[in-house]
Design a protein around this ligand. Structure first.
Ligand SMILES: Cc1cc2nc3c(=O)[nH]c(=O)nc-3n(C[C@H](O)[C@H](O)[C@H](O)COP(=O)(O)O)c2cc1C
Length: 164
């Protein structure tokens, strides 16, 4: 079985979660920055996991990435929204996650928005979108979140026989 984790991250938290999820999915699973990820339409994997930071109640946009940069982050020039928009269709098994500020717990998540877009493209969600919590607007992650991410990756691995 082949797995791929594609992530976007400005302050490093989503990258850390992506790497922990990849570890849960198993040895050899790569976590790839969306800036260097191959196009969605060309992907041939048994499960794609896509994650990004929640920006302004959803997936980042050029303006929110500029804001992140102004706050000291290093966002990619193109985010998961644009990566998804570049595809016309796909039929992969997928799961999504995001990182999200714990307090205040605002509505809207990048993970749900990405899942909606992936479904519209023709993909099959194998799990509900997951949220991983950060302190403030730049992190760090709350204690225990990386362990939770690895466990989530392990569970996703187990979905392969029953879902899709
Ligand atoms: C411009 C901007 C908008 C944000 N909007 C939200 C939001 O609507 N809800 C939320 O929970 N967090 C929001 N955040 C906090 C991000 O979710 C947080 O920066 C992110 O989880 C950190 O992930 P990263 O280290 O991978 O960039 C925002 C952050 C930035 C920079």
């Amino acid at each position: 079985m082949t797995y791929l984790v594609v992530y976007e991250s400005a302050f490093g938290n989503t990258r850390e979660v992506a790497e922990a999820v990849a570890a849960g999915l198993g040895e050899g699973t790569e976590a790839v920055d969306v800036g260097t990820a191959p196009p969605l339409e060309g992907l041939d994997v048994d499960l794609l996991v896509l994650g990004g930071p929640t920006h302004a109640f959803g997936m980042s946009r050029p303006q929110t990435r500029e804001d992140a940069e102004a706050r000291g982050g290093h966002p990619p020039s193109t985010g998961i929204r644009e990566w998804l928009d570049a595809a016309e269709g796909a039929s992969l098994r997928v799961a999504t996650f995001d990182t999200h500020t714990r307090k205040p717990n605002l509505p809207g998540t990048a993970g749900k928005a990405a899942a909606k877009r992936l479904r519209a493209l023709g993909c099959t969600l194998v799990a509900d979108p997951e949220k991983f919590w950060v302190h403030g607007d730049r992190g760090p992650l709350l204690d225990g979140e990386l362990e939770r991410a690895t466990t989530w990756g392990e569970r996703l691995r187990e979905t392969r026989a029953s879902a899709g």
